[in-house]
Ligand binder design. Structure first.
Ligand code: PFF
Length: 451
């Protein structure tokens, strides 16, 4: 008999797909992917990225979901249960711990950037009602970073809306939120795309994004593409594993994994097709974007273009919604863990986790101003946290998940969770998870650490 999770269950396949896509689609798609693509040879990067999604992302996503559904608990306790049931070393529980610590660290800075999206949405909404225009976008952005009070205010607001959802539980909180927010996100994205098409520069944007220029491809391109695949699909930190714990047994894992990966990839490409036409129309160079692409280059265009202000509200609103549904999935694992550990209610657990992560977020917020000269690993504070969490912990977590699912977990357990796969399909998954994914991740990690 298959048990349900004590935390609740998704009511349908669609609910899971929306929630997991909500986790995957985030700042990584709308802000990071377009500038990575433009900095790394456009179409060549996109091709390599697609290969990473199919060869590494998809099999690891299936592994995370199946482990979650087998364990039905937060990552740490799921791993405890799986190792106990299978008679494996309890040391593998470290996968759950790495995942949870990575989630805490990522959310701590993700929430600060999520706060920026709220701040900008607010600035543009205020303009509709006669507020001051953003005449010097670079100064506006620099001033924001220089002001601890403003940063902390919006960081707090962002964490508050995140914990409000998680505190209400899987069905009444997470599922209800994504069923409303994800359609809204798609609607805004299509609207922005329509605007881009009507300005007539989508062709140039498409050429820029899809014409492969292999001369710009280096070892770093592969690193960037694989790292982005992990970050964008929310893999390696057990967030998708946690969502898998709430997935009803009769739903096909391969099918939902393909749906989520395809949605995530489509949104990244569509975001590129929506953003670049605007930049091209106003002759703004996209290369070397970084955080500035969104927060300084685009506002430059907004002040000149027709319907610039409503466009800006829609754009930063889109960014906010995308960041919000991702941060929900980052707060869920530690919250579920606290529920399992103590006799705490979900609400109390979610609030404790959120306050703890909010406090760590202060390091990022203050790192932009008060502590701007502090360096860790040769990086500023936000950069250091991001490096440890996304560049190191996600690939290490992903590698361990692949090894565990491929070599440690009882083969029959994996087979029964992936019962919707044909015999050949299962053999392909085994090949990818046992050989292709670990080798590629190891190469990337090696380069990152020693290259
Ligand atoms: N996938 C999110 C993005 O692309 O912005 C970021 C993220 C969310 C990473 C959740 C990891 C995670 F667990």
């Amino acid at each position: 008999m298959d048990k349900n999770s004590i935390h609740g269950m998704w009511s349908s396949r669609l609910a899971f797909i929306l929630a997991a896509s909500g986790s995957a689609v985030g700042l990584g798609n709308i802000w990071r992917f377009p500038y990575l693509a433009s900095d790394n040879g456009g179409g060549a990067f996109v091709l390599i990225y697609l290969a990473c999604i199919v060869l590494v992302g998809l099999p690891i996503m299936a592994a995370e979901i199946l482990m979650g559904r087998q364990g039905r608990m937060s990552p740490v306790n799921t791993l405890r249960k799986l190792t106990r049931e299978g008679g494996h070393s309890g040391g593998w529980t470290v996968i759950g711990w790495i995942g949870m610590v990575a989630a805490v660290l990522i959310l701590s800075f993700y929430s600060v950037v999520g706060g920026w999206t709220m701040h900008y949405t607010w600035l543009y909404i205020a303009q509709i009602f006669g507020g001051p225009p953003i005449s010097d976008p670079v100064a506006t952005f620099t001033n924001l970073l220089a002001s601890p009070g403003t940063l902390i205010f919006w960081h707090t607001a962002f964490m508050a809306v995140t914990v409000a959802v998680v505190a209400m539980g899987v069905e009444k909180g997470l599922e209800r939120a994504v069923k409303f927010l994800m359609p809204l996100l798609f609607l805004i994205l299509l609207g922005l795309l329509g605007y881009g098409i009507s300005t007539g520069n989508v062709g140039q944007a498409a050429e820029f994004l899809f014409t492969p220029d292999f001369s710009e491809v280096t070892g770093d391109t592969l690193l960037a593409a694989l790292g982005q695949a992990f970050f964008s699909l929310s893999l390696g930190m057990c967030g998708i594993m946690t969502y898998g714990a709430y997935l009803p047994r009769d739903i096909s894992i391969p099918r939902v994994a393909v749906a989520v990966s395809a949605t995530d990839t489509a949104v990244a490409l569509l975001a590129g097709l929506a953003i670049f036409p605007v930049l091209f129309t106003f002759g703004i160079a996209p290369a070397g974007g970084g955080p500035g692409l969104i927060f300084t280059s685009l506002p430059l265009a907004f002040s000149d273009m027709a319907f610039g202000i409503p466009y800006a509200v829609a754009f930063f609103g889109l960014l906010f919604v995308a960041a919000w549904t991702s941060s929900i999935s980052l707060l869920e694992p530690p919250s579920a863990f606290l529920v399992e550990m103590g006799n705490l209610s979900r609400r109390t657990s979610a609030i404790i986790a959120a306050v703890f992560i909010w406090a760590i977020g202060l390091v990022t917020a203050l790192g932009f101003n008060v502590w701007q000269n502090v360096r860790v690993f040769g990086r500023d504070l936000q950069g250091a946290i991001e490096f440890v969490a996304s560049d190191l912990m996600l690939p290490i977590g992903g590698l361990l998940i692949a090894i565990f699912a491929g070599y440690v977990l009882n083969r029959e357990v994996a087979r029964s969770q992936l019962s919707h796969l044909s015999k050949a399909g299962f053999a392909i998954w085994r090949f990818l998870i046992c050989i292709v994914a670990p080798v590629l991740v190891l190469v990337v990690l090696g380069f990152k650490l020693f290259g």
